[in-house]
Write a protein that binds this ligand. Sequence first.
Ligand code: C5P
Length: 215
Amino acid sequence: FDEKVLAGKQVLLTAGPTFEPIDAVRGITNISSGKMGYALARACRDAGAEVTLVSGPTALAAPVNVRLLPVQTASEMYQAVLSEVGRSDVFISVAAVADYRVKNRSEHKLKKGDAVPAIELEENPDILATVAGLPAAPFCVGFAAESQNLLDFAEQKRKRKKVPLLVANLAQQAMGADHNEVVLLDDSGQHPLPALPKDEVGRAIVAHLARSLNR
Ligand code: C5P
């Protein structure tokens, strides 16, 4: 960035999947790689922000000059975000958070037996909706990965979670990939970006975000 468009801003991000244990060695997760969230964290850092990255399990290197808080479960991610959000100007929710966790998780490794085990699920808190609903909420940026009806579903999500800026992408195209093609949705409408490497998508989102903050 020629200009440090996020100078003096505290940015909190979530990235990666979550891991919801079933027993001591097994769990439920998803195919999020964390690449988009880490790219955005680096873009915010390069734009002059102080960056805290709450990350689920990924195979990625910790970005330099970014405070990294590793977590496993959605509950841990929720706790970490809520303890950090008070000092944040911007919250960017990129993580693919599990909607459900295992209610009857076993401390010990389940043994193969006569009966097929039943996995009971219970709902996880919605981290983004919680943060966006705080009385002193930071500026919130959400993501929507949809596999169909992308822009309709994404705009509904933006309204439901009350986030001013939402990044829509096709799940089957974005998750795990090095490139991404996104559409930014805000009160002024739809802003499509071309297919780009995730680092460049991150920088374009930061440029749009900085303009929104200054409006
Ligand atoms: O509802 P859906 O999961 O598709 O919404 C996606 C957006 O909400 C993403 O920004 C994601 O990080 C966030 N989210 C969250 N907590 C959840 C579920 C989703 O913060 N439990």
